[in-house]
Write a protein that binds this ligand. Structure first.
Ligand code: ADP
Ligand code: MG
Length: 322
């Protein structure tokens, strides 16, 4: 298979067209029509051996490479529209590419996103995705939290970290197959909270997606906002599979507070938004759980209700790990 054939396979496999795409894959560059509102863009790379295992299912990789980017758009309250894909592959492998396209398309179709271009080169396997979306009104930033705001998280956190720990055999393996699979799929197929983000654009004061770990990302949001927060550890949402697979309270708490890769949204909102947030959670069936509050204090500091020591973030830091 040549590079030309590879690009054709991508273009044909991912040919969902948007009306506002004037020129997609095939020319020297793409042309899109921005329309109303402001454009929002993000890029995220995934490198074999760092972000995914060499034996990972290419369909999961296609899904996740897009999902982590859509999650960034969700945290900005943006509607996804286009993507560009830079692929570095050791060889051109039709089977691999077909699976990759399948996983990508499954997710892209749910949000109406079109692949409009990219680049392909030979080398150690890596996938870099650029997404472009738009916001119609307002800006949902990390820096918007106000003293007195409530603090929320979407979905369940700690599941993906438990999935990784299961794969790396760092957790006791007595769990039932269904629960193991659930946690591992939360790692491989994170669900970007696009619809939640669009709702939050009008109702939240600040948001960030949880990629590095709840405490680490909360720290980023609070430092950007110049505030501190207290969280109620008993209020943290815990999925049933996580409860079953990790019965030990201390281990589970560590996974929830410091595990990363969940791609849920952590956000702040004024207390007068409680009712509308609760009803949105009900309608959308994405839990939105109030886990604490924002207050004055050393920017970035996180306390836990009833504990004297501040909580310490031990999230994922690429360069910190070296
Ligand atoms: P150039 O040498 O001008 O950069 P390329 O051969 O790299 O041209 O790309 C030709 C067309 O194929 C362009 O429209 C480009 O955006 C698209 N393309 C190349 N690689 C990818 C990819 N991995 N995913 C999507 N589109 C791609
Ligand atoms: Mg090129």
């Amino acid at each position: 298979m040549t590079e030309f054939e590879l690009i054709r396979q991508l273009a044909e496999g991912l040919d969902d067209r948007r009306d506002d795409t004037l020129v997609g894959i095939g020319d020297d560059a793409a042309i899109v029509r921005p329309g109303e509102g402001d454009l929002v863009t993000a890029v995220d790379s995934m490198v074999e051996g760092v972000h995914f295992f060499p034996d990972c299912d290419p369909a999961d990789l296609g899904w996740k490479a897009l999902a982590v980017n859509l999650s960034d758009l969700a945290a900005m309250g943006a509607q996804p529209r286009w993507a560009l894909l830079a692929l570095t592959l050791p060889q051109v492998d039709q089977q691999w590419l077909r699976r990759f396209v399948t996983g990508w398309r499954e997710l892209a179709q749910t949000v109406g996103l079109q692949l409009i271009g990219g680049d392909t080169c030979r080398g150690p396997r890596a996938v870099s995705v650029t997404v472009i979306g738009s916001v119609l009104s307002g800006r949902l930033l990390r820096s918007g939290a106000r003293i007195g705001d409530d603090l929320y998280v979407s979905g369940y956190i700690g599941d993906a970290a438990a999935g990784l720990a299961l794969l790396q055999q760092r957790l006791a393996q007595q769990a039932r197959e269904a629960e193991r699979c659930h946690l591992i799929s939360r790692l491989h197929r994170p669900q970007p909270r696009t619809a939640t983000g669009l709702f939050l654009a009008d109702h939240a004061s600040a948001a960030i997606d949880v990629s590095d770990g709840l405490l680490a990302d909360l720290g980023h949001l609070l430092r950007a906002s110049g505030a501190a927060a207290t969280i109620d550890l008993d209020a943290l949402p815990v999925s049933d599979p996580l409860k079953t697979v990790v019965p030990d309270d201390a281990t589970r708490e560590r996974l929830i507070l410091n595990g990363g890769d969940d791609y849920e949204l952590l956000f702040c909102a004024a207390p007068n938004q409680r009712a509308v947030i609760a009803s949105h959670a009900e309608i959308s069936s994405v839990p939105l759980t109030r886990i604490g509050r924002v207050h004055a204090g050393e920017p970035g500091l996180v306390r836990a209700e009833g504990r004297s020591q501040p909580l310490l973030a031990q999230g994922w830091d690429h360069f910190g790990e070296c």
